[in-house]
Design a protein around this ligand. Sequence first.
Ligand code: BES
Ligand code: ZN
Length: 651
Amino acid sequence: MKRIKSLVFAAFLASATLICCQPATTTDSQSAERPPMIGDTTLRAALFVDPHSFSTPEATVTHLEWDAKVDFEAQEIHATAVWTLSETHGDQVVFDTKALEIKEVLLDGQEAQWSFGKEDDLLGSALVVYDLSPASKQVAITYTTTEGAEAVQWFPAALTQGKRMPFLFTQSQAILARTWIPCQDRPGVRFTYNASVQVPEGMLALMSASNPTQKAADGKYEFTMPQPIPSYLMALGAGDLEFIALGERSGVYAEPEMVRNAAFEFGQTEKMIEKAEELYGPYYWGRYDMLVLPPSFPFGGMENPRLTFLTPTVIVGDLSLVSLIAHELAHSWSGNLVTNGTWNDFWLNEGFTVYFEMRIMERVYGPDFSDMLVALSYDDLQKELADMLENDPEATILKQNLAGKNPDDGVNAIAYDKGFHFLKLCEQTVGRDSWDAFIKGYFEKYRFKTMVTEQFLQELAQLLTQDQWDAIGVDQWVYGKGLPVNCPFPASNRFFIVDEAVKMMLSTAPEATDAKQLCYPDFQTTKFWSTHEWLRYIRGLEAGGATVGHYALADENYGFSGSPNPEIVAAWFSAILKTNYEGYDPAIYAKTVEEFLLKVGRRKFIVPMYESMLQGDEKRKQWAREIYEKARPSYHPLSQGTLDALFASHA
Ligand code: BES
Ligand code: ZN
């Protein structure tokens, strides 16, 4: 009965949001009034209704004491989560759980009255603790994770670089924290935490908290996170790890085989932190360290506070892919400090972060460099938009409605690149000085708080005049589909040269005897090309309709098929896997593709590669299926999910 009441309450708020607070999408952006301040508390609460958590505002948590033992043999975590309740609360508290085996629930040390709600494939089940009194303080949940812990990826020693010890990492964003900790798994609830974690002797354990730099002989580690964070930023990593300091407040952890290369690649981190602070105010998290994960990590990076998790695929030796660090560091403000209220507001996390990332890159590497990144972001957006407008136009709206869907569906170029370009247009409209003062003030005002789109627009309305609001077409940008025509068009000096080189290649007849020289921009030009120029070049060939002959010629000139840079290899294979070009040696080519897909799990790389193969003939499709069958077990559940759907749509 109690449970029904809270669900009805949630449904009411959800409909209130729809009726009262969402400006209708309008094609006439000139007529939209800037939004007034939301005074009504019921309406304000409605904006924060989270469709991806069972927990309710009736009782929230403020602190976690987590005591855990990591069992690598059984691949289980045995733990007790002791949650402190907020001082005022109702008579029940609801936690999210998924695939957890609950052993015991105590309310202030006494056996609690509790039950599981109905199980949902996506959301798991609510764990409801009843009979709270106003004086109730703590709920302690003892549990074990199971095979269904989608957040946890376990690696036997054989799959690590050093092959000496097993390895583990977690990935909680967006709604997977509940698979390894019973929690109020919504970005709108923040808590501080302390943890005590036992791992096998000889191993180092790390969390999104204060971290050790040395191994403890007994494998027992203590952590504290004094700043309140949402559950999706809970993170744990453990393995044979070593630490190298990069500066006063930054350093890198990796397996011993990798840690020196990582320290070299990320050598600019301290400078990035300084520049970021100069732009948008103090870094509130104490240290900024990084943990390099195995190549199956599904993302480029994950902004776990104090300890960013990173793919090793950016360690390419020439420092060219460090915008990833700028991105994850920027999340220390946009995301970790001011957090998206629900996953429908995900663009507030990612669009802001891409914007901030570009500003850091501009400061550290100069505008010519950051202009390339902006142009690539624009290309990504155009590429994804075309597809989405055809198949799912609603998905091109910044403010999403992901109720009933996996928040992972919202992880696309809209949140990142449309979000970024919208903010860039705002900057251009008001000028950098006003814009920067506004953003800095915004981070300060809302630090350690949550933000929803509507509230951000109210802040923006304080900055923009009605004329500016209309000129931008704010409502159209935020609630409209597609990309408004006033999207700033990126210009890049360095890409201008690349685009000329692409034209040179495409206007060359590959069969001409002197083709190799004709299409080749001189070495003085390409000598200084970064990864980004090569990406633009490969994409340019693809977009310009390169033939198999052109690809062969490009490969002969630049050796793409054998590049040691995973970013280039992935772009290259994504381009050629849908053609009949099979590399300079088909056997080597096939082996390289297979090895790459078996080793690397970064979704941004492998999804386009499989997509490309699935566009080929039946033989190519069959090849894709065979590789996926072999590779699937080594991919993270998030990558598996995306790829299962991709293969199902090509069945
Ligand atoms: N927080 C994201 C990764 C993420 C998003 C995980 C949604 C789970 C759900 C991270 O900051 C990110 O954006 N990573 C990008 C980096 C890139 C844009 C520089 C990635 O992994 O590709
Ligand atoms: Zn991000």
